[in-house]
Design a protein around this ligand. Structure first.
Ligand code: HEC
Length: 192
């Protein structure tokens, strides 16, 4: 019963302690803009991943992700005026991608929705909040696990790939995902 009440509260965006400050903000336009930014970011990440896989399989691609994922993230934030863009997850590989309070709540909501049958590829959360006294638009979109992701995030990772991941990420939690499952999130925010 308690679980049910919590689920209803989060789906409607009424998180305890979270100010809903939407007012006259055009959240639809912000969402459209955010979606475009996610597309550009995801395309570049997947492009680099594919290049790495082509050049030397998953081992080489891990090296590429390790060196390039964060600089690509920072570049997309720098280029998107006013927006901050990042990735996070409930099962992190790179601990620099730690979720903040909003993201942790959004991840919890999305996992609950997934457990209720929603598909990761269709799930998102948006909210206008007050952060540090400023009206802020927040948007989180679930990232589904696709087939090519399984080589490094699945449950049947080749031993040599696992060894490379172990050496670079001794606290890696980002394994054991199944096709279609939520691997993590894209998270965007903009001060209004
Ligand atoms: C070749 C191995 C490899 C493949 C394939 C791969 N990843 Fe990753 N993934 C990594 C590595 C390495 C990192 C950590 C990058 C870093 O150091 O910032 C990572 C990080 C992430 C993160 C950031 C959150 C975290 O845990 O740090 C997400 C989200 C993610 N991957 C999703 C995916 C998705 C979705 C796919 C499939 C489209 C995919 N990955 C395919 C190796 C891979």
């Amino acid at each position: 019963m308690l679980k049910k009440i919590i689920a209803v509260a989060v789906v409607t965006g009424l998180w305890a302690g979270t100010a809903n400050a939407a007012g006259t903000v055009d959240t639809k336009a912000l969402m459209m803009e955010g979606k475009g930014l996610i597309k550009g970011f995801a395309t570049e990440l997947v492009g680099e991943l594919k290049k790495g896989m082509k050049a030397g399989g998953p081992i080489a691609a891990i090296g590429v992700c390790n060196i390039k994922a964060m600089p690509i993230t920072d570049k997309h934030t720098a280029e998107a005026s006013g927006w901050t863009i990042k990735r996070s997850s409930h099962k992190l590989r790179n601990t620099d991608n730690q979720p903040d309070t909003f993201e942790a709540r959004a991840i919890k909501e999305l996992l609950a929705r997934q457990a209720n049958g929603e598909k990761a590829k269709d799930m998102a959360v948006t909210m206008v909040t007050i952060e540090d006294g400023k009206k802020t638009f927040r948007m989180v979109k679930a990232i589904p696990t696709g087939k090519p992701c399984l080589a490094c995030h699945g449950s049947d990772i080749k031993p040599e790939v696992a060894a490379k991941l172990d050496s670079l990420y001794p606290n890696d939690k980002a394994r054991g995902f199944k096709m279609g499952e939520m691997r993590g999130i894209f998270s965007l925010k903009k001060e209004l």
